[in-house]
Design a protein around this ligand. Structure first.
Ligand code: FMN
Ligand SMILES: CCCCCCCCCCCCCCC(=O)C(=O)O
Length: 346
């Protein structure tokens, strides 16, 4: 039995091809931001209340009209079939069992429609790198709509694909035979995902014109961009540095959070990912104004360690830790967290 996410990662590492482990684990540049994401949570202290006479705490949250049984969602990560033969199908079943939201990566190795079919009842959002070919972007949106996805998560932090030294040194450039980005099928070919610095707010406006799905903007770190995103009608903001895989030395996600929350002023929900490894991390992010957090690597580790059961275990561990930490903080609900419960040492 594995009792912490770190133990799950260790088990995953034993089972994965080392090149694939490095792809999942690694970050850009010197991996400064990768390390900072977890370190920033460790530096924050939680200040508990006592003698509040509370019952079992309420963990559920409502986001964009849908409910999640806990404030921990599954961040979009690529290539789940490198971790487990069932890939994203297994992840979606684990999400359905945990009654939480899974963001399906545009670079999934199972097509989003097949992910939805494999996990009835799963709450799926579709992650999109806007393609400069807007006709193909529209085709992707239609696939997500047809699969029943409840939102589009537009990743804005990837005008180019970040350089990850581990992948360069390992020569990891292609998926193994039989695997591909299934959502990128276009007739009898599979397109490459385009990462384009030409993508702009105008593309986002165009996207909003072609769909009525709510748009979650992922990868926002600058408060001015958060304000611009509100002007462009996004339905939620997602504070993220892509798990330290894009701009190295970008701030740790939880350090960037308060300024974004301030800029948003409650107009739309704010999500966060990057470095969430403990229930106490979840409480800290929520206390600082996030409505929910997401985890990327931990779910991949669960999948690699033990397939769907491993992914369920990861979500179960986080749920139990959140519930215990809330109880130890004297809180009846995740809604009761507030900034005064987090102390910064500086
Ligand atoms: C292996 C891997 C693949 C990823 N693939 C995507 C992706 O396809 N789309 C995306 O928007 N973000 C992607 N991300 C970033 C995650 O959505 C998320 O921002 C990050 O993993 C959060 O950090 P954490 O892994 O510390 O939880 C990926 C991250 C990892 C580790
Ligand atoms: C270094 C990866 C090379 C693997 C094979 C090429 C596939 C094309 C690129 C797809 C990119 C998927 C994006 C995933 C992501 O956001 C991330 O890894 O981070």
């Amino acid at each position: 039995m594995r009792f912490t996410l770190r133990e799950v990662e260790a088990a995953a590492r034993e089972r994965l091809d080392p090149v694939h482990y490095d792809y999942f684990a690694g970050g850009a540049g010197d991996e400064v931001t990768l390390r900072a994401n977890e370190a920033a949570f460790e530096r924050l202290a939680l200040l508990p209340h006592v003698l509040r006479g509370t019952a079992k705490p309420e963990l559920g949250v409502t986001l964009l009209g849908g409910r999640a049984s806990m404030p921990v969602l599954i961040a979009p990560t690529a290539f789940h079939r490198l971790a487990d033969p069932e890939g994203e199908r297994a992840t979606a079943r684990a999400a359905a069992a945990a009654e939480t939201i899974m963001m399906v990566s545009m670079a999934s190795t199972v097509a989003v429609g097949d992910v939805a079919a494999a996990a009835p009842g799963a709450r799926l959002w579709f992650q999109l790198f806007i393609q400069p070919d807007m006709a193909f972007t529209e085709a992707l949106v239609r696939r997500a709509e047809a699969a029943g996805c409840g939102a589009l998560v537009v990743t804005a932090d990837s005008p180019v694909f970040g350089t990850r030294g581990r992948d360069e040194r390992n020569g990891f450039r292609d998926l193994p035979d039989g695997l591909c980005c299934e959502n990128m099928r276009d007739g009898d070919r599979v397109r490459e995902i385009a990462f384009s610095p030409a993508v702009s707010w105008e593309h986002l406006d165009r996207l909003r014109e072609i769909t009525s799905l709510p748009v979650v903007l992922k990868g926002v770190l600058h408060p001015a961009d958060a304000r611009a995103a509100l002007d462009h009608g996004v339905s939620a903001l997602f504070v993220s540095n892509h798990g330290g895989r894009q701009l190295d030395t970008a701030p740790a996600a939880v350090d960037a959070l308060p300024e974004i929350v301030d800029a948003v002023g409650g107009a739309v929900p704010v999500l966060l990912d990057g470095g969430v490894r403990r229930g106490t991390d979840v409480l800290k992010a929520l206390a600082l104004g996030a409505d929910a957090v997401a985890v990327g690597r931990p779910v991949v580790w669960g999948l690699a360690a033990d397939g769907e059961r491993g992914a369920r275990r990861v979500l179960g561990l986080l749920r139990a830790e959140v519930e215990e930490a809330l109880t130890l903080c004297g809180l009846a609900s995740v809604r009761d967290l507030e900034p005064g419960m987090v102390r910064r040492p500086w």
